[in-house]
Ligand binder design. Structure first.
Ligand code: CO8
Length: 269
């Protein structure tokens, strides 16, 4: 990833950059097209601990290094060693827990899909709040062709995102598809030339960072409550979150700024 400051060398397979409220995790394992081995999964968890611990970090961008791969899946060489039911289930659960954490973090998460997002790579992308893709990106859940199934939440998240019929077709055929098809089925929000991808991600991150922090987190909580539970629970969660925001200083600031025709200065309080 070009133009990033403050690369942190304590991770072997990641580059972490902190840019005024925007945290960037770059998967950086080029010799395996950024495939997720157990070590990389642990590193993403540790990076998330570090990023979440600072309330100033509010948006998380996940992307891959280079221009070929976002993440080419779980590491197949490591998966080959899963020779018992218990080992397989544990490996699945390890990634699944991390992706669930990513899905429910207070941070707004964006996947900048810069190339191959296959298997566990596509599952990582769909555990983020939304996705932008380079026009060269390729997607797919090819697991059934390896004799396995998506094991990092893909069988659960894909139907929720694009609907049951399409999800079943894509999972059962293992078919790979390009960024334009991904846009057509609502898997990604926008497709841009590769050289514009990070600028787009940063620009949208800035738009989010300009909003009231508590309001953005509350909106994520309410949205999840409805998507994951029943509609009544979702409407209830929305009202509860709305009520809490009425006690925030930022609500008063936002409304005062409107009336006084000035830009709001939010403090996240
Ligand atoms: N794992 C390990 N190594 C990989 C992976 C991977 N997923 N993908 C690519 N690599 C390695 C290749 O082995 C190769 O290494 P080497 O040079 O040492 O042989 C290097 O990356 C470059 O790859 P290619 O030479 O294959 O590059 P190409 O441009 O020819 O092809 C592809 C690019 C099409 C992306 C091709 O590499 C490919 O098909 N990769 C595998 C894609 C795949 O099947 N992904 C799904 C994996 S399974 C999965 O993700 C399950 C998730 C749930 C697991 C739950 C339990 C743990």
């Amino acid at each position: 990833m070009k133009g990033m400051q403050g690369a942190d060398s304590k991770y072997k397979n990641l580059i972490i950059c902190l840019e005024d409220g925007l945290a960037v995790i770059v998967l950086n394992r080029p010799k395996a097209l950024n495939a997720l081995n157990a070590e990389t999964i642990d590193e993403i968890g540790a990076a998330l601990d570090e990023i979440e611990a600072n309330p100033a970090n509010r948006v998380l961008l996940i992307t891959g290094s280079g221009d070929k791969a976002f993440v080419a899946g779980a590491d197949i060489r490591e998966l080959k060693e899963c020779d018992s039911e218990a080992k397989g289930a544990a490996a699945s659960e390890k990634g699944s827990k991390l992706f669930r954490r990513l899905e429910t973090t207070r941070l707004i998460t964006i996947a900048g899909v810069n190339g191959f997002a296959l298997g566990g790579g596509m599952e990582l992308a769909i555990s983020c709040d939304f996705r932008f893709a380079a026009s060269t990106a390729m997607f797919g859940l090819p697991e059934v062709g390896l004799g396995i199934i998506p094991g990092y939440g893909g069988t659960q998240r894909l139907p929720r995102l694009i609907g049951r019929g399409l999800a079943m077709e894509l999972i059962a055929t293992g078919r790979k598809f390009d960024a334009h098809y991904a846009l057509h089925i609502g898997l990604v929000n926008r497709v841009v030339p590769q050289h514009d991808l990070l600028n787009l991600c940063r620009q949208v991150a800035q738009e989010i960072l300009a909003q009231a922090p508590l309001a953005v987190s509350a909106a994520k909580k309410a949205l999840h409550a409805g998507i994951e539970g029943d509609a009544d629970g979702g409407y209830k969660a929305e009202s509860v979150e709305f009520g809490k925001l009425c006690l925030s200083k930022d609500m008063h600031e936002g409304m005062a700024a409107f009336v006084e025709k000035r830009k709001a200065e939010f403090k996240g309080e």
